[in-house]
Design a protein around this ligand. Structure first.
Ligand code: R5P
Length: 316
């Protein structure tokens, strides 16, 4: 067994870090992060961590690379302050989309991030809903992936599903959509989405299944520019869907996502808080509802500390 459990946080998502600590009934560890005028980052751990079992929470959100660097420096500071074990808790994993060499001479940056975490001194990783589960294989240290699906399923379970159906936004999403449809006891449909060339936006051209008069539920791992969801909602309405609801794990909301989504034909957009969503964005997208992941992260941290299984809370 390791020593005392301590939870620290970087500066990326203080609200979630406080939520996780509150769920666990413990304070966040004291640390100070300073950014100098030359953009160098200094971290000072302000309490004793000798032989402690330390969990460091830092999600990936803008400024993405600064937040990653801050995390690496914090891990280094904790390591050299003699922490016994350091778990990098990353609700949204940095550079997760760079997970394959699908062009010549490019970096698989998600693997580079795994190398950097280990080089800095991380002993374990805890993250949520990776874009591809095989990213766990980039690590040579234990890495656990929590899923947001129990949180999303719980939300839709509590609502009227009598006239509903799950819709996959493309053929690639069909397996996951099928899984969610089974869990909700619903039928499913698949949108035929095509990309005609690299520069062009993906377009939904057809639909497999009958959504006429149905309440459609779409699930996805992340929403970035919002283009895919807006396009899916458009085609579902065109085919006569009555309502369109969406459940997403990571609300990246990059580029002009706020504008895109505020004009998308959606009845509900449910996301989790793995990435901070500003008040401004929440106001601009009235259909947006943010569900907390604090409990599942708090439970997972405690279980890791106590050497207990995570399977029960990873139940998808
Ligand atoms: C794609 O593989 C992902 O699961 C999401 O569908 C995608 O990231 C959404 O991107 P956007 O919101 O920019 O259309």
């Amino acid at each position: 067994m390791f020593g005392e459990m301590k939870v620290f946080a970087g500066s990326s998502h203080p609200e979630l870090a406080r939520g996780i600590a509150a769920q666990m009934g413990m304070p966040l560890g004291a640390s100070r992060i300073t950014r100098f005028t030359n953009e160098n980052i200094k971290v000072k751990i302000d309490e004793n961590v000798r032989e402690a079992d330390v969990f460091l929470i830092q999600t990936s959100c803008p400024p993405v690379s600064d937040n990653l660097m801050e995390m690496l420096i914090m891990i280094d500071a904790l390591k050299f302050a003699s922490a016994a074990r350091i778990t990098a808790v990353m609700p949204y994993y940095p550079y997760v989309r760079s997970d394959k060499k699908d062009e010549s001479r490019i970096s698989i940056t998600a693997r580079l991030v795994a190398d950097l975490l280990q080089a800095a001194g991380a002993d374990r990783v805890l993250t949520m809903t990776l874009h591809a589960p095989q990213i766990l294989g980039f690590f040579r240290i234990p890495a656990d992936q929590l899923l947001a699906t129990p949180i999303l399923l719980n939300h839709f379970h509590t609502q009227d599903r009598s006239n509903s159906m799950v819709v996959a936004t493309d053929a690639g999403a069909a397996k996951f959509a099928g899984h969610m449809a089974k869990r909700l006891g619903l039928p499913m449909a698949i949108i035929d989405k095509r990309r005609y060339d690299d520069a062009e936006q993906a377009q939904s051209v057809a639909l497999i299944g009958d959504v006429k008069g149905k309440d459609c539920i779409i699930f996805d791992d992340e929403i970035a520019t919002g283009g895919s969801i807006k396009e899916a909602a458009r085609i579902l309405r065109e085919f006569g869907a009555r309502r369109v609801r969406v459940g997403i794990t990571h609300p990246i909301l990059s580029g002009n996502a706020t504008e895109v989504l505020s004009t998308a034909d959606l009845d509900e957009l449910v996301v989790t808080d793995t990435i901070p969503v500003s008040e401004e964005k929440r106001r601009a997208i009235p259909q947006l509802k943010v569900l907390s992941t604090a409990k599942i992260f708090g439970d997972a941290i405690r279980r890791i500390h106590e050497g207990r299984s995570l399977s029960e809370i990873m139940e998808s």
